[in-house]
Design a protein around this ligand. Structure first.
Ligand code: FDA
Length: 310
């Protein structure tokens, strides 16, 4: 229950303009500033440098140019053009071609057809990339999966979706996407959801996550097990082994700056581990979700602020 309270509190704080402005001022300005723990930087050059560093350690990466909930078609178009520039930078840098994005960044809240067109522009420009559509709150689950299916039916195969174990509907969604042949990233769910649509207790979410890991390893298509929870990772490893799955038949995914020790350990054991590398100026909502998952993170924010002023 405590997790839900903290998700709610940080969700509300994320809407505060004052806090966003203060955080933007202090969060990234020095190498030791607090947001740098989770965000690779504000520029594509910083993201490419972080990606290179990860790749040199045997890790895979997916770049996420941060942004969400844009309120006008102009902003959606600007975000799409930014993504096209990121794609060019990735090609030029010669790093792994894998991106994650959000549909509300491409205009989903303003006009669904435009968001689909914007995603298509990105897919066309990045035909040899893999593009993962992040999953936002449950208000967007159906429309996100519908858009994925439309593009899949149109022949785009370089896309995948994210499913959240906390939602009641996810088992049915997993079946539908796996039957289609789509690639799923499985997460626990980062958004505060109501009891009408989602499990509220952490134990129940973990239980469903375990069930979904088994299903994806049995019938999924190169699933991504995205968690830092060692119990879930153990479960995935032992189930994959019992099924005779090779270690390259699936991958683990973790967030930039979280459990680097675990990332390295899995690489040493021969597993594929992809790190989600967020970057860009719009980092505040992403950062607040990371605090909501683990309020203890506030201590390093406060320590970094004290050092900054000291
Ligand atoms: P859990 O919350 O049980 O944490 C397990 C352990 O991980 C903790 O004990 C702690 O050690 C560490 N940990 C977890 N979160 C931490 C944090 N913020 N700071 C420091 N340590 C932390 N969600 C979503 O709704 N839509 C999406 O598209 C995505 N995409 C996504 C991609 C990738 C690659 C990952 C890893 C996660 C997501 N998520 C997501 C977020 C996800 O839903 C979930 O909120 C977080 O991964 C935290 O849950 P865990 O599975 O790590 O378990």
């Amino acid at each position: 229950m405590l997790e839900n309270v903290s998700k709610t509190v940080f969700h509300l704080l994320a809407k505060s303009d004052l806090l966003r402005r203060a955080a933007s001022h202090y969060g990234m300005r020095r190498p030791s500033s607090f947001a740098r723990r989770f965000i690779a930087g504000e520029t594509v050059e910083e993201a490419v440098a972080a990606a290179r560093e990860l790749e040199s350690q045997g890790l895979l990466q997916t770049l996420d140019y941060l942004g969400e909930s844009v309120a006008s078609l102009d902003e959606a178009d600007a975000a799409t053009r930014d993504y096209l520039r990121v794609i060019d930078a990735v090609k030029q840098a010669g790093i792994i071609r894998n991106l994650s994005l959000k549909l509300t960044q491409l205009g989903l809240d303003v006009d669904r057809a435009t968001a689909v067109d914007n995603l298509r522009r990105i897919l066309e420009h990045a035909s040899d990339f893999f593009i993962r559509i992040d999953m936002e709150s449950s208000a967007y689950t159906q429309v996100t999966l519908d858009i994925f299916e439309i593009l899949w039916d149109q022949g785009y195969r370089n896309i995948g979706v994210v499913l959240q174990a906390d939602l009641f509907r996810t088992e049915a969604d997993e079946e539908r996407i796996s039957r289609l042949g789509g690639r799923v990233r499985l997460v626990k769910g980062a958004y505060r959801e109501s009891k009408a649509v989602a499990y509220q207790k952490k134990a129940d979410v973990d239980d469903r996550y375990g069930v979904l890991i088994r299903r994806l390893l049995e019938r999924g298509h190169y699933p991504a097990i995205a968690t830092h929870d060692i119990r879930m990772i153990d479960l995935a490893r032992s189930h994959a082994e019992a099924l005779g799955r090779n270690r390259d038949a699936f991958e683990f995914q973790m967030l930039y700056g979280i459990r680097r020790d675990l990332q390295q350990m899995l690489v040493r054991q021969g597993y594929r581990v992809r790190v989600y590398v967020p970057f860009g100026r719009q980092w505040f909502p992403y950062f607040m979700r990371r605090l909501g998952e683990r309020p203890a993170n506030l201590t390093f924010v406060l320590r970094s602020l004290a050092a900054d002023r000291g």
